[in-house]
Write a protein that binds this ligand. Sequence first.
Ligand code: GAL
Length: 664
Amino acid sequence: MTKGSADMHYGGDYNPEQWPEAIWPDDVARMREAGVTMVSLGIFAWSRIQPEEGVFDFDWLDRVIDLLHEGGIAVDLATATASPPPWASAKYPEILPQDANGATYWPGSRQQFAPSSPVYRRLAAELVTAIAERYAEHPAVVMWHVNNEYGCHLNADFSDAARDAFRAWLEVRYGSIDALNDAWGTFFWSQRYGSFGEIYPPRKAPYSHNPGQLLDFHRFTSDALFECYLMEKNIIRAAGAVQPITTNFMGAFKPANYWQWAPEMDVITDDAYPDPNDPESFRASGFQRDLMRSLKPDVPWLLMEQATNALNWRPTNAPKAPGQMAALSMQAVARGADGILFFQWRQSQAGAEKFHSAMLPHAGTRTRTWREVVALGSELAELPALPAGFRDARVAIVFDWENWWAIESTDHPIVLNYLSLVQGWYNAASKLHVQIDFVRASDDLRGYRVVVAPQLYLLTDAGAASLRAFAEAGGDLLVTAFSDVVDEADRFRDGGYLTQLGEALGIWLEDFGALVPVGSAGLGQQLAPITTEFGEITGTLLAEEIHVDTATVVGAFTGGRLDGQPALTRNAVGSGRAWYLATIPDAAGTASVLGHVLEAAEIAPLLDGLPDTVEVAQRGDVLTVINHGTEAVTVSAKGTVDLLTGDTVTAFELEPFEYRMVRR
Ligand code: GAL
């Protein structure tokens, strides 16, 4: 076993432009002390690099890059396009974005650019060209950091630049205005368009917008940001740069369809800020990390940003508990990351983030934060190279951006929060200590034993065919309520509901049956008790009226409107099974349904007998066990060896926030 993974990056955002140059040598010295191997440089340095149009000042950047290089610190060089300087919007106000009411987002903060603005794109291209041509061959530069968190703060732009680009985008998508009218169903409410020039972004309107227009505007918004990324990526490559190119993601971030972006990322990088006060936030960050691994399963991803300690942007910014930062960092490594970086290196003296923790705090090196940063740096340096192929999970959950946009559109039987519903299934798997991958329905699902498709409202033909093929080939497919409702234009298909999966599921669906809020007045049913072969569970939000054709009833509604009618069914299809759950169970119900399906599919936990608050993650043959609870636990891990020492392990103790990596 070789000691020390050269591939493990450690560091953070470095903003030397905020500091006098005299401090830089101290920065580099401290970075070395902390085990920093790479910094993200210049993310918000546009106004420093280009003080006015046509004028570039690279002398300072040359000096800082050289200094880092001499100190052995590699550079993830930013293109600096995320925050245009004040001169740009003063000279070209059309680069400023607008909200749905036509209000402008003015300068004075950051990220105030309209992604579709041709002027913004020209200015960004000029900046990136200058940076890329200057540094493409600099030996310090090991990665390119395009822009920053595309879409953050401004989820959509409704400006005139967006209007023009949306029209052009629609023309490419539909080819003719008739095709658009057909897809959007515009004879409804007299919305029929005579030309693309009559169409607007879904700006403020008297009542509900056309759902097809809303869905296409989501697609367009993601594409507009993605085009900005691609433009910069192409410029960097054209300048001769050969280093990997990335932009930092934000986990499950609704405005940007990362499935579509991922193939154009050489490496996936992600920013994550779980709330240290929330005892369950490690599960949300687990979800995020598994999603990042799933986006590009053959290449380790990087945790590009996290906080060493407290944030500044929640109403209350609790500090991280001792050990919590390391535990969450190792969660990322355990789930496929080959790098741990922070926002930011040195805590700011001025500006909106002066209370945000950093690797080097205001109070300096005598702090707990610094000690923990140094300790983590040396622990990461000690790790042997970890397995790089990540197709270990036998269970996958379908997570789909287009569905997210469509299912949260207006005027549905009930308001649903897609992310929290998918998170519910993830949480259940996490508590059962079963590893999850995320997939799209249309992906190649052959490696999995179980695929769960929660609330897959928008189902494409390709997605449906793939799910059917998965079950036919011997998999267990679990589909849950409000799935297979509309096609990719958010329209019902002929034949009602479950038109694509009904036969495989062996059922048909009569109606959705929204449940009214618990505790509300009125005649509506609030919860849906269900009796199953494996116990009682409770349905929430929807109690669908389904009818069995060929399926076996595994659970039935008890009491209420649907008393005695099927709630959970199982159908033999090919050599596999297709399950349907006609409701959205509460957390306990989700765990018992998932547990039942996993048992039927003979999926065992990664380790037995662990409490809920202990996490276990698999990376090839390496298991990482992390105690996120407040009590010490004993973990039995027979048949494993300690990753660092190679010693045989049978059982070990973990204090709160302690972790251990073993091989099996
Ligand atoms: C991120 C951003 C960083 C910093 C950080 C603070 O969204 O990319 O620049 O603002 O949040 O938590």
